[in-house]
Write a protein that binds this ligand. Structure first.
Ligand SMILES: Nc1ncnc2c1ncn2[C@@H]1O[C@H](COP(=O)(O)OP(=O)(O)OP(=O)(O)O)[C@@H](O)[C@H]1O
Ligand SMILES: [Mg+2]
Length: 370
C-alpha cells in the first residue's frame, strides 16, 4: 500500500512502492447538518485522481469545499457517498493502519500542528517505533535522512518547535508526515500562514519531494500563482463542486468556465495591473445551505442570462481549441472501463456552461485570455 523507502545513492530514500500508487475519489458528497442553517452541502459529486509523481492543485474561494475534500481524502471525515480508492483498493469503513499511513495531511499552521513539549527527534523516533518502521540506530539514521530530505540539518533533531521559524516548522511537519512513508501528501494551504519570503521555498520542497519520492500530492491553495508554479493538474471548486479540471496548461492557458476566468483575472500576480477581485468577481459566494438553482455561479456571473438560473451545466470533456464543444450524454467525462472509476485519468473537463468558449485563444476577446 505505502511506498517503501530503501537506501538509494547518496543515502536518500526512494520509494519502491507500486508505480501505480494513486489516490482517486469518485462522486464524493458531504452534507453537514448544522443546528441553525440546516443541511449544508459542502461537497457535491467531486471526482479526482492523483497519480504518483504528480501534484494536483485544488483552488476556489473560501467555503468552496477544499478542506472538506482534503479531510475525506485523508480519512478524517467519511463522505456521505462516493468512493475513495488508494492504489486500487476501495477505502471503506475504518482505514487499516497501512491505509492511514499512506495518506498524510500537512496542515496550514505548523505552530498548532507540532507539540511544543517534544523535541523534533523525539517526535520522529516515536513515530518510527509506533509504526514498526525503525528503532535504535536505524531510527537515528532515518531521522537524519528525514531532516536532510526537508532541507534541515541534523542539529534540528535536538530542538523544540519553539526554536524554529515558521518555514522551518513547516519543514518539520513535512518530515513528520514523511516519517511514516506515505504514498500521498494532502497539503491544506501549507504556506498561507508563512511569511511571503519563505512560501516559495516550502512549495519548492513539495515539488522536490514529489519528484524525488514519486509522491502524489494534493495541494490546496488560494494562491493561483503558486499553483501554477508547482502543480501538474488543477481542479477549480465552486460551492462544493468542481467546475473545471485539467492539466495546469489547460486550466491556466485555456480556461473555459467563467468562474475560472474570473478567478484568474482576479489574481494580481498572474495579470499585473488586473482589476481588484471585487471588480471581477462580484459579491460573495452564496451559502452552501441555499445553493442557487441552475448554475450555482449565475448570480455572480458577468455573462449570466435567464437560462442560467434554470439549466445546471454538467461536466464535459474540454475539446481541443476550435473544435465544436461536446454536448449530450455520450460526451460525459470518460472513465476508464478497466480500472475503478476513481482511478481513471480525468481528462480536462469543465462545466458545460453555454459560454464555454471553443474559439481558438487568439480569436477571443482580450479579457478572456489569461
Ligand atoms: N464541520 C462542519 N460543520 C458544518 N459546516 C461545515 C463544517 N466544515 C465545513 N463546513 C462548511 O462547509 C463548507 C465548505 O467548507 P470548507 O472548509 O471545506 O471550505 P474551504 O474551501 O476549505 O474554505 P477556506 O478556503 O476558507 O478554507 C463551508 O460552507 C463551511 O462553512
Ligand atoms: Mg479550507
Amino acid at each position: 500500500m505505502t511506498a517503501t523507502f530503501a537506501s538509494a545513492p547518496g543515502g536518500m530514500p526512494l520509494p519502491q512502492g507500486p508505480s501505480g500508487a494513486v489516490l482517486g475519489a469518485a462522486g464524493l458528497r458531504v452534507c453537514f447538518v448544522t443546528p441553525h442553517a440546516g443541511h449544508l452541502l459542502a461537497v457535491d459529486d467531486v471526482s479526482l485522481s492523483v497519480p504518483a509523481g504528480r501534484m494536483l492543485g485544488i483552488v476556489g474561494e473560501s467555503g468552496s469545499g477544499k478542506t472538506t475534500v482534503a479531510r475525506c481524502l485523508a480519512g478524517l471525515l467519511r463522505p456521505d457517498s462516493g468512493e475513495i480508492v488508494l492504489s486500487g483498493e476501495v477505502l471503506t469503513g475504518r482505514r487499516s493502519p497501512a491505509q492511514r499511513r499512506a495518506v498524510q495531511l500537512v496542515f496550514q499552521d505548523p505552530y498548532a500542528s507540532l507539540n511544543p513539549r517534544l523535541r523534533v527527534g523525539t517526535v520522529l523516533r516515536e513515530l518510527l517505533a509506533e509504526h514498526g518502521i525503525a528503532r535504535g540506530e536505524a531510527a537515528e539514521a532515518r531521522c537524519r535522512q528525514l531532516m536532510t530530505l526537508v532541507g534541515l540539518g541534523e542539529a534540528a533533531l535536538g530542538g523544540y518547535p519553539s526554536a524554529f521559524s515558521g518555514g522551518q516548522r513547516q519543514r518539520i511537519a513535512i518530515a513528520r508526515a514523511l516519517a511514516v512513508e506515505p504514498a500521498v501528501l494532502v497539503a491544506d494551504e501549507p504556506v498561507s500562514s508563512l511569511d511571503v519570503s519563505v512560501q516559495a521555498t516550502i512549495l519548492a520542497l513539495f515539488a522536490e519531494l514529489r519528484d524525488r519520492l514519486g509522491l502524489a500530492v494534493v495541494m490546496i491553495s488560494h494562491n493561483l500563482a503558486a499553483v501554477r508554479n508547482v502543480c501538474d493538474d488543477v481542479a477549480v471548486m465552486y460551492l462544493g463542486r468542481i467546475v473545471e479540471q485539467g492539466s495546469r496548461e489547460a486550466v491556466f492557458g485555456d480556461p473555459r468556465h467563467p468562474y475560472t476566468r474570473a478567478l484568474l483575472a482576479a489574481a494580481p500576480r498572474l495579470r499585473p495591473g488586473s482589476e481588484p477581485v471585487a471588480a471581477r468577481l462580484a459579491g460573495e459566494p452564496p451559502s452552501a445551505t441555499s445553493r442557487p438553482a441552475g448554475c450555482a455561479f449565475h448570480p455572480r456571473c458577468p455573462r449570466a442570462e435567464a437560462r442560467c438560473a434554470v439549466e445546471e451545466p454538467r461536466l464535459l470533456p474540454v475539446t481541443p481549441a476550435a473544435a465544436p464543444a461536446a454536448t449530450g450524454a455520450s460526451a460525459e467525462v470518460a472513465s476508464d472501463p478497466v480500472a475503478h472509476p476513481a482511478l481513471a485519468a480525468h481528462p480536462a473537463h469543465a462545466a458545460a456552461c453555454h459560454f464555454r468558449d471553443e474559439r481558438p485563444r487568439e480569436d477571443r476577446p482580450r479579457e478572456d485570455r489569461p
